[in-house]
Design a protein around this ligand. Sequence first.
Ligand SMILES: NC(=O)c1ccc[n+]([C@@H]2O[C@H](COP(=O)([O-])OP(=O)(O)OC[C@H]3O[C@@H](n4cnc5c(N)ncnc54)[C@H](O)[C@@H]3O)[C@@H](O)[C@H]2O)c1
Length: 439
Amino acid sequence: MSIRRLADIRPARGKLGVLLPGVGAVASTFVAGVMNIRRGLAKPIGSLTQLGTIRLGKRTDNRSPMVKDFVPLAGLDDLVFGGWDLFPDNAYEAAKHAGVLSSEHLDPIKDELSLLQPWPAVFEQSWVKKLHGTHVKTGKNKADLAEQVGDDIARFKKDNALDRLVAVWCGSTEIYRKPSAVHATLASFERGLIDNDPEISPSQIYAYACLKAGVPYANGAPNLTVDVPALLELAEKNGMPICGKDFKTGQTLMKTILAPGFKARLLGLEGWYSTNILGNRDGEVLDDPEAFKSKEVSKLGVLEHILQPHLYPDLYQGFHHVVRINYYPPRGDNKEGWDNIDIKGWLGYPMQIKVDFLCRDSILAAPLVLDLALFMDLAQRSGMKGIQEWLSFYFKSPMTPEGLYPEHDLFIQLMKLKNTLRYLRGEELITHLGAEYYD
Ligand SMILES: NC(=O)c1ccc[n+]([C@@H]2O[C@H](COP(=O)([O-])OP(=O)(O)OC[C@H]3O[C@@H](n4cnc5c(N)ncnc54)[C@H](O)[C@@H]3O)[C@@H](O)[C@H]2O)c1
């Protein structure tokens, strides 16, 4: 991850291009949100980069600047948006279709939002079975498609006089796949692009093109994409930050808030049953068992890592964890996530907790896209390359190097993120020891 204390951070001068593979509900809610916020029509609620503060020094020092004043981040006025989709709808039409934002937030920015016209996608139906796109690139092989994505990026950069770019995948969830031989090295991957290897997914073609073009890449979906040795090698070689996987928004966010609390109090867990109803296009895509498998793997790992049954066998050995998602069109983007949690206390007496989260999926995800775009740009200007574990805070299934288990506890993740910022700026890390107040 290569973090340097008191890093020499290049200033955020000029325009930052934000590339969005997938201009659907999340991406259009994010872009429309930024347009509203920069006109002063709404607040960036949910965004750490915009509303967060960071404590520096002792509790008695009263130094808690805004995160955005502490580290040099791109300003919202400097963001320019581009994207790809297999449907030709512009971002305004996509937002209308998604039905997340009301006309109060769409009418004032209609013209500006309509300018985000997605470029044709790299798409193979075998990777997202439920979608049938028309706005799709053709090429003689996957290397050719990667080159076309690279051309889109170069044109976008030139036309908008951009200084830097970042990419955040907001496309649909691809079917579950384990890494294969073609993903082992950059050389085998590049050979696979020419040979049209079926194991190379469309998202990997975008990621490859971005990393080649000097664009950091964040993955908001559970599919592997950059989490394979070949693309890690490319990221390291080109000095590019990467991170993923799968935005941590609704039910998993709740899980990583609650489970650390049970563990802190040494309360046991017998089982955690989670079910969701969801009616947006994402829900439709996840109705395919192979796409759901990607999501399930991403959602299931969380409790095991937080609760560490091997260290606490009396509390957590063999707990049951079930996750279901059901496509239910009447709900649209307004997902309902139910959790039934069977816990146990003193002498093993059972108790239950029920959580019913009536959430809005894209409203929860949009600020994460913004923070990831700004922090990935900061990482690149700070000379940080490879996996950005300090951004685990944003993901259900954080990327880590081989052999290192991911940190899922939201509070540890936040401490890691803020300590990374302190470290970059040469400030003392906060350990919460607090002995100095009593000396
Ligand atoms: N909203 C959340 O809370 C949340 C949380 C975690 C992860 N995610 C993930 O974020 C992604 C986006 O979610 P959404 O609700 O916006 O879904 P969506 O279906 O509204 O949007 C996804 C868009 O991606 C497009 N797409 C699919 N494959 C593509 C490709 N190869 N190239 C370009 N475009 C492609 C689709 O046409 C669609 O317009 C999904 O993978 C979802 O699982 C969302």
